[in-house]
Design a protein around this ligand. Structure first.
Ligand code: NDP
Length: 439
């Protein structure tokens, strides 16, 4: 438990450390990153075992997450100097105008459990490189993972008081926000994001929120390889047990392909292996939050009571103890059903038939969320005309459920405010200072 005095002491330590760190040159603030990467990779099996034990991700996918997340470290290592160094904007005989990017100060990072390495690196790595200190609160579901990630940063050369782990549940997160901090960077659900935004209202500090989604995919009439589309969609839906912010959450299929796509998708879903996350062959382990099973059951029952067809799944497998739910496919769904409107964040999907591209666009836009949207089509031109209509931070053509460090990761509406990754996600941890210099 963290009382307010302990939190204030942590803040004071972080403030002192930040003052020193911000004076270090940019190279020093960046050079620990390859050491950190090596430490992570040297310890990947232990770290993956911890992550898997904490939140149920199969060990093989945990290894994949940690190795994959080091790609973000490479991005920050290779690009931070370029995006943070001072910029001469105008130089004449009489004046120089330039931008210097000052750090914010001490920022709070409140994080989720589903991909702790990816979403942690998105924040505390560029924050430190930009000269900030960080109070980092991992999810109470993955506390040891949080502890390890930060301990290895210290081992790599980041001062101990510069990045401080704060353990605890939501009440501790809320207390952190009452401190005299200089910015908040949050990853989590819309509900918590909204509460945080309200709590910070009136405070003149950046409040960046990366929230949930209800991400749609449209399979248009001009697809010639439905088998490969179904393959991509099954992975985009069920990777990490559907507990990805940009997991496929709704599928719309042109009626000319509907029956075939449902058949292929269901066959592939049935072949996914449910099991012990420690087992190499397991694709779906238990869900991280036991209460998620109730939501998935409720979405299934709601859809069935309104006329949906259960293609597979719909219940917990009897042979496993714990929060397991069979991968579930519902067809003949519509927007009166919760499974098509509310974030499921689990292994369930509704597949709806549409009569035209226009109907697909209308349904894809029928949401409060705006994280990602995807179109599968043989023609980039026809996909592009749909993607241009989407009100989401990311759009995909012939792919889904992927994040690249090169481009901004951002949500619209209930999916959040601000961007991580790319040059925007580096500069997000700075405030510009304009120099107007008369010669
Ligand atoms: P939550 O919103 O439940 O929790 C996120 C973090 O906020 C946790 O550390 C939690 O603490 C903390 N918290 C809870 N209540 C408060 C509060 N009142 N004040 C301050 N902090 C609080 O989300 P989950 O952890 O369950 O993560 C899943 C959600 O995150 C999904 O909606 C998913 O879509 C979204 N997400 C979005 C991403 C994006 O990039 N857009 C990426 C990953 C996930 P604790 O859990 O310890 O109680």
């Amino acid at each position: 438990m963290q009382d307010s005095t302990t939190l204030k002491e942590k803040l004071e330590k972080a403030k002192r450390a930040q003052k020193v760190w911000s004076k270090e040159d940019l190279k020093t603030r960046i050079n620990w990153i390859p050491v950190y990467k090596k430490l992570l990779l040297d310890n990947v099996d232990e770290l993956a075992g911890i992550l898997s034990a904490e939140m149920g991700k199969p060990v093989s996918q945990a290894v994949g997450e940690i190795k994959g997340a080091t790609g973000r470290l490479d991005f920050f290592y290779e690009n931070s100097e370029k995006y943070l160094e001072e910029e001469i904007i105008m130089e004449s005989d009489s004046h120089i105008e330039k931008i210097v990017r000052d750090p914010l100060g001490v920022v709070v990072n409140i994080s989720a459990w589903n991909f702790p390495y990816n979403i942690g690196f998105n924040v505390f790595v560029p924050a430190v490189v930009a000269g900030n200190a960080v109070l980092y609160k991992p999810s109470e579901i993955t506390p040891l993972t949080g502890e390890k990630m930060i301990a290895l940063m210290h081992e790599a050369g980041v001062p101990e008081d510069l990045v401080i782990t704060v353990q605890g549940a939501g009440d501790v997160g809320s207390k952190l926000l009452d401190l005299d901090i200089d910015g908040l960077f949050f990853t989590g659900s819309y509900g918590t994001g909204k509460a945080i935004h309200k709590q910070l209202s009136g405070r003149m500090i950046p409040c960046q929120l990366e929230l949930g989604g209800k991400d749609p995919v449209y399979v248009s009439a001009d697809n010639s390889d439905l088998d490969s589309v179904a393959e991509d969609l099954v992975e985009g839906k069920f990777w990490n047990n559907g507990q990805s912010c940009c997991a496929v959450e709704r599928i719309y299929v042109h009626h000319s392909h509907y029956e075939e796509l449902v058949k292929l998708f269901t066959e592939k879903t049935k072949s996914l292996i449910i099991g012990d996350p420690k087992d190499d062959s397991t694709f779906l382990g238990p869900l991280a939050r036991p209460e998620a099973v109730n939501l998935l059951q409720a979405q299934t029952q709601d859809a069935l009571s309104k006329g949906a067809t259960l293609e597979c799944g719909g219940s917990s497998p009897s042979q496993f103890k714990g929060a397991y739910f069979k991968p579930t496919v519902l067809s003949n769904v519509n927007h009166s059903m919760s499974v098509m409107m509310d974030e499921s964040f689990g292994p369930i999907i509704g597949i709806q038939s549409v009569s035209s591209d226009e109907e697909a666009v209308k349904l894809m836009l029928d949401t409060e969320f705006g994280l990602s949207s995807a179109v599968f089509s043989d023609s980039y031109e026809s996909a592009e005309s749909i993607l241009e209509e989407m009100n989401s931070g990311t759009v995909y053509w012939n792919c889904c459920d992927r994040v690249s460090p090169n481009t901004p990761w951002s949500g619209r509406n209930h999916s959040g405010i601000g961007s991580t990754l790319s040059y925007m996600g580096i500069r997000a941890f700075t405030q510009p200072k304009s120099y107007q210099i008369k010669l």
